[in-house]
Design a protein around this ligand. Structure first.
Ligand code: BTN
Length: 249
């Protein structure tokens, strides 16, 4: 199997679950290999949510094999977010004005509506990076607005397989920069593409009540910094973040 190979299947439960199963069964997956499904019947989102996966959108997963010299693995979700941001800029940029922002840890919002999501899952020294991009349709969700590339740029021509072809080199480039450059470069570039400092955010965590505060950037390890009403800065390592202006909720 060559590096950069794409294995496309018509349907599966979840491309992330498939790669996790292969690794757990002791099969080795070459870094650079991508699994794409045309649809998923059990697509997984963050925080145990479902990722609705009809035909037409992109559902793909790849594996990063951690090396001893790599930065902390949690920051891989920033890498994936940047790669998808790079990809979407190239897919959408020739069209009417639009906003495209990263929201911690790795949501992509176009016109404040969700256009893509990323789920990173670790098994031993492998991190499975799963990416879903709304290419032709935007499934309706009860708690947030969604949008697709097609709805934003008005073209019919987008095909999920082509979108993955464009995504692969962006991901490869971001991954090698994460390995070779100081981590602060990845963090700085992520912040440049995120909503503005001062944006009101609400963080929901399973262990505590929702916290509300202003976005104050990321710390040196990529954790979210939130300025609370009393001026204190709180770092957040996990949680579901919503922008108070974003869609519904
Ligand atoms: C999120 O909740 O924002 C993350 C969504 C991640 C969805 C992708 S689709 C491909 C891969 N397989 C899955 O089951 N989930 C990820």
């Amino acid at each position: 199997m060559k590096i950069g190979d794409v294995e496309t299947i018509a349907v599966t439960g979840s491309t992330n679950a498939d790669l996790i199963e292969r690794i757990s069964d002791g099969k080795s997956i070459v870094e650079g290999h991508w699994l794409r499904a045309e649809r998923q019947t059990g697509g997984k989102g963050r925080d145990g949510r479902q990722w609705i996966s009809p035909l037409g959108n992109l559902y793909c997963s790849t594996v990063v094999q951690l090396r001893a010299t790599d930065p902390i693995p949690q920051t891989l979700s920033l890498v994936a977010g940047l790669a998808v941001h790079d990809l979407l800029m190239s897919q959408l940029m020739n069209h009417r004005d639009f906003s495209l922002e990263l929201k911690w840890p790795n949501d992509l919002l176009c016109q404040n509506a969700k256009i893509a999501g990323i789920l990173c899952e670790r098994v031993n020294d492998s991190v499975i990076v799963g990416i879903g991009i709304n290419v032709t349709t935007s499934p309706s969700l009860p708690d947030r607005e969604t949008i697709s590339i097609h709805e934003q740029n008005g073209k019919n021509a987008n095909y999920a397989g082509d979108v993955l072809k464009y995504l692969i080199p962006k991901f490869k480039d971001r991954l090698s920069r994460w390995r070779l450059e100081p981590l602060e470069n990845t963090i700085a570039e992520w912040k440049e593409r995120a909503h503005a400092v001062g944006t009101l955010l609400k963080v929901h965590g399973s262990q505590r009540e929702a916290l509300q505060g202003e976005f104050a950037g990321l710390d040196a390890n990529g954790a979210l910094l939130l300025r609370l009403a009393n001026g204190a800065i709180q770092s957040i390592h996990a949680g579901d973040v919503s922008m108070i202006s974003e869609g519904i909720g």
